[in-house]
Design a protein around this ligand. Structure first.
Ligand code: MTE
Ligand code: LUZ
Ligand code: MOS
Length: 775
């Protein structure tokens, strides 16, 4: 077939990226046909495991009588720490995370033994029959107690710039205080699950709901005393991860694999929701002591913060989480002279872990809280104080950790949102409403976000992919990322389709599999599409180049001039269907598959000095929220939310808007209704949806305006897009501060309401009472 038009023009217009496409599994999701780990047809002889949990927060195990467990109906085997063939450890960085307790229990819910039975229910019933005698030890439950006892899982960290002490001495005003921000349960809809199937010659296949198949492979290999090549981990998709399956899927994978290896039968371990919440770590709650100096205009001149997180009984990812908190205390603000300290409090509670934002939200909310107070102290609009302190473009543009900000668009982005949200007019309208409304009070807040993109541990910023073109012209892509609902497969498929000039229907993504792409990083730090998109592009590009070479040989002209678009290759005036070219190339023995690799450039980090260039670029956003609070009951409603997010040149605007909406509502839940409560004996009492309130559809504002900011990444990211997974979780700061604004109206905005998060109705009433008492 002859191609008459100008290929360059048509090629330029053709694209598979930057267009809204439905999630690659959307239809399967709504039809109930998407395969999650528990949906995989079971192999004959499959057994089911359950975990026996500690009922004490801190104790020595004096005696564990498991005879009644063994005698329970359907029980096949019971395993304790003595039965683990390899290492009793599932910790991701520091090896302080036992799979099964070894004489010492460190939180209520810690696994002590595994029971394997014929059915899931029999295993769970049997697990409750254990008789365990404990010798109790004193327990530390809160970050405040941990700080007082200097009980830490890691040495505390500190980032200083300038001379905060001298700056304080010069500061005209100082605001000082304490803040507590609670943790959050990931509440993925699909709980933790692993299904281990023994294979020949020591092999072990583990189907696992995990963000980190390679880490599961390592942990299982160590627990079984095997090499990595004995263990294959596969994950087609998760029903949500949110950070909760970055490291903490390991316990479940290891326990299933240990049981499968001992029984030589397939073993499935599926956590019941209560067990999942009792056993696994959550977002770290943070306790802050802050002191900030400012001038008459509201400009910050000195800042000191001391943050202590509730790490739980072991380190897990608490170190990197605290580092990210330190590196996000600045949020969008230039802080010349700072002293930022962070410590990971060792407590006798679940070992806290990654959760969307990974410490970033906890770092940034502290400075937002302070700015809110400065504004009130000066009788100014908090948004104006925020703008005054924004990073500059050419000066005041270096973060406390030394990274120069080269792509600052926070001013333009906020100006656009200020206008589209009619912020000023609504502020006036709300003041008018409140003066005539004694019980119902409205509040409004405008908050910005700046979020660093890259793992803050440099070596993790790498990814691999494998692209196969089959002789019929259809394409499959396998990459190191995992699909947890965020749409990574759709985006990577778009990238590959774009590279080969194909429509999306010709490309399929396969399950993540450690035997296909090795040594992968967790799909985390919002880098999934950035890293794996680039790796897949690299692979697809190599195939395209080989095909171009081949086409030039067939049709004449230069390989560099061959264009691929519209499911065809266009070479020297000839157009040939992609499938036809591929068929010919195969017969000519051209390699039609390729691997690809990517490592993010320019990153470096000195953990000792907390200085360097930890992030590839920043993503920006801002939100405006309007709430109404019933000051008699503490109930409230989000009336309207406007969010503007910078996804660069979005790979898929529909998916990105979905991510912003989801993160906004999830972050709102964290800061308002989701309360984790441990009783004085250290037992988490909010371990099911009956007592732990995540947002429902009725909590979404009726008026919800989410838009993407027109931008292009200055960094050479995948098609100049920006990451979207985590940063929008900080947008609902606006909801929290709108509630605080409404509460503050009770005292005519003269008193800073002492509002901790989550701002539950009780907390709101407490804050109102405090404001009334001080007015
Ligand atoms: N979106 C959905 N639907 N489900 C999830 O579990 N996890 C979030 C975010 N969005 C999550 C999600 C978290 S914690 C991260 S780090 C990113 O997705 C990871 O995906 P990405 O890097 O491919 O964007
Ligand atoms: N750093 C980070 C990390 O910024 N995000 C992560 O998810 C992470 N995970 C492990 C280690 N460092
Ligand atoms: Mo996301 S907390 O980095 O898994």
């Amino acid at each position: 077939m002859n191609y008459p038009g100008a290929p360059e023009l048509k090629a330029a217009a053709w694209t598979a990226v930057g267009v809204s496409r439905p999630h690659e599994s959307a239809e399967l999701h709504v039809l109930g046909q998407a395969t999650y780990t528990d949906d995989i047809p079971e192999v004959q002889g499959t057994l089911h495991a359950a975990l026996g949990l500690s009922s004490k927060a801190h104790a020595l195990i004096e005696n564990a009588d498991l005879s009644a467990v063994r005698a329970a109906p359907g029980v096949v085997a019971v395993y304790t720490v003595a039965d683990i063939p390899g290492t009793n450890d599932c910790g991701p960085i520091i090896h302080d995370d036992p799979i099964l307790a070894d004489g010492l229990v460190q939180y209520v819910g810690q696994p002590i033994f595994i029971v394997v039975a014929d059915t899931h229910d029999n295993a769970r019933r049997a697990a409750r029959r254990a008789k365990i005698d404990y010798q109790e030890l004193p327990a530390i439950l809160t970050p405040q107690e941990a700080k007082a006892a200097q009980s830490y899982v890691l040495p505390p960290m500190r980032l200083e710039r300038g001379d905060a002490q001298a700056a304080f001495e010069r500061a005209p005003h100082v605001v000082k205080g304490k803040l507590y921000v609670g943790g959050q349960e990931q509440f993925y809809l699909e709980g933790q699950i692993a299904y281990a199937i023994p294979k020949e010659n020591k092999g072990m296949l583990v189907q696992c709901s995990t963000q980190h198949p390679s880490e599961m492979q390592h942990v299982v290999a160590h627990a079984l005393g095997l090499h990595s090549h004995h263990v294959q981990v596969e994950c087609r998709r998760m029903g949500g991860g949110f950070g909760g399956k970055e490291s903490q899927s390991a316990l479940w994978a290891a326990a299933a694999a240990i049981s499968a290896s001992k029984t030589r039968r397939p073993v499935k371990l599926r956590a019941d929701r209560d067990d999942d919440m009792m056993v696994t770590g959550k977002r770290h709650c943070f306790y802050y002591e802050y002191e900030v100096g400012y001038d008459d205009s509201g400009k910050i001149v000195a800042a000191k913060v001391d943050m202590t997180s509730r790490a739980g009984f072991s380190a897990d990812l608490s170190g990197p989480v605290a580092t990210r908190a330190v590196c996000h205390f600045d949020n969008a603000y230039y802080l010349s002279d700072v002293d930022i300290r962070a410590a990971c409090g060792k407590t006798n509670t679940q070992s806290n872990t990654a959760f969307r934002g990974f410490g970033g939200p906890q770092g940034a909310i502290a400075i937002e809280y302070v700015i809110d107070e400065i504004a009130r102290n000066l009788g100014r609009d908090a948004y104006d104080i925020r703008r005054l302190n924004f990073y500059g473009k050419t000066e005041n543009n270096v973060t406390p950790y030394g990274q120069e900000i080269v792509d600052n668009i926070i001013d333009e982005l906020c100006a656009e949102l200020e206008e589209s949200s009619e912020y000023r007019a609504r502020r006036a309208a709300i003041n008018a409403f409140n003066s005539g409304s004694p019980v119902l009070k409205k509040g409004l807040a405008f908050t910005p976000v700046k979020f660093g993109i890259a793992f803050n541990v440099t070596h993790l910023n790498q990814a691999g992919a494998l692209v196969h073109v089959y002789v019929d012209g259809s394409v499959i892509v396998n990459h190191g990322g995992t699909e947890m609902g965020q749409g990574i497969n759709t985006k990577v498929m778009q990238v590959v389709a774009h590279e080969l000039g194909l429509d999306l229907e010709h490309v399929r993504a396969s399950a993540t599999d450690t035997s296909k792409v090795a040594n992968t990083s967790a799909t985390a730090a919002s880098t999934g599409a950035d890293l794996n998109g680039k790796a897949a592009q690299d692979a697809a590009r190599q195939i395209r180049e080989r095909l171009a070479q081949f086409a030039a040989g067939q049709y004449g002209g230069e390989a560099a001039d061959v264009r691929f678009f519209g499911n065809q290759a266009h070479a020297n005036g000839h157009s040939v269907d992609f499938a036809e070219l591929v068929q010919k190339a195969y017969l000519a023995r051209v390699q039609l598959w390729s691997d690809g690799f990517y490592a993010t450039p320019h990153l470096h980090w000195n953990a000792k000095t907390m200085n360097g260039h930890p992030f590839s670029y920043y993503a920006y956003g801002a939100a405006v929220a309007e709430v109404v609070v019933d000051t008699l009951t503490g109930e409230w409603k989000l009336l309207r939310a406007d969010a503007l997010y910078d996804a660069g040149q979005s790979l898929n605007p529909a998916i990105d808007i979905g991510q912003v909406e989801g993160a906004f509502i999830q972050g709102m839940g964290w800061l308002t209704t989701e309360e984790l409560w441990w009783n004085p004996a250290g037992k988490l009492m909010t371990h099911a949806p009956s007592t732990y309130k995540i947002p429902g559809i009725s909590d979404c504002p009726e008026d919800f305006r989410v838009r993407l900011f027109e931008n292009r990444n200055v960094e050479d990211s995948i098609h100049r897009s920006k990451a979207v997974g985590e940063p929008p979780l900080l947008l609902p700061f606006s909801v929290f501060f709108a509630i605080r604004d409404a509460v503050s109206s009770v005292g005519d905005h003269k008193v800073n309401p002492p509002l901790n998060a989550p701002a539950t109705s009780e907390e709101i009433l407490r804050a109102i009472a405090a404001v009334e008492a001080a007015s």
